[in-house]
Design a protein around this ligand. Structure first.
Ligand code: ZN
Length: 193
């Protein structure tokens, strides 16, 4: 299915408002979102402690731990997420949001979907799905409306990152890709004329 950026923004707004009771200017918790959808989130340690077969854990550890962020694992009719808890909490939030975005978009995979260090999965079924998941997770964690307001208020990337509990890199990406900085700059130039 084709999704425009506007449609992805609307979907994110709906999920934020109706399912997480958050207005566009509030941070959300992607773990709550997973919980709402009945998607369990495990770390490798959890898996070991819950009696997950050793071969499965070996599978994850054999993929270099520093090279993967999270994985969406098909499980019967559902899915669960395994996350790499070696990363910072901000990165972990973004990883969970990314995996949840695939789920919200009903992307179908016949295999485990690994997310690597960047904003995409290591073995994507399609580039388009990755672009959609990245955009949707961006809108979930830092909506374009919030980015534009923050830019209008002259907030720095660090301030925005702090407010939405994302990494500075993530905040910078959103402030640019949503056009927030460009719009604020143009408004400032108009005022100074
Ligand atoms: Zn992905």
């Amino acid at each position: 299915m084709r999704w425009t950026k506007a449609a992805l923004a609307r979907l994110a707004a709906e999920v934020r408002e109706k399912e997480l009771q958050a207005n566009p200017y509030q941070r959300i918790c992607p773990y709550d979102l997973a919980d709402l959808y009945g998607v369990a989130v495990y770390t490798l340690q959890d898996l070991a402690e819950s009696g997950c077969p050793l071969e499965a854990i070996e599978f994850f550890t054999s993929v270099r731990p520093e090279a993967w962020s999270a994985a969406l694992v098909p499980n019967g009719t559902g899915q669960f997420i395994v996350e790499n808890n070696a990363h910072t909490p901000q990165r972990r939030r973004s990883n969970i949001a990314h995996e949840m975005a695939h789920l919200l978009l009903e992307h179908e995979f016949d295999r485990i979907l690994f997310t690597n260090g960047k904003r995409g999965c290591a073995n994507p079924a399609s580039k388009e799905m990755e672009a959609q998941a990245a955009e949707l997770s961006g809108e979930l964690l830092l909506p374009g409306a919030s980015a534009r307001r923050a830019a209008a208020y002259g907030q720095s990337d660090d301030q925005v990152a702090e407010q939405f509990d994302v990494s500075t890199e993530f905040a910078r990406w959103r402030m640019n890709v949503t056009g927030a900085r460009r719009i604020a700059d143009r408004a400032a130039r108009k005022r100074s004329r």
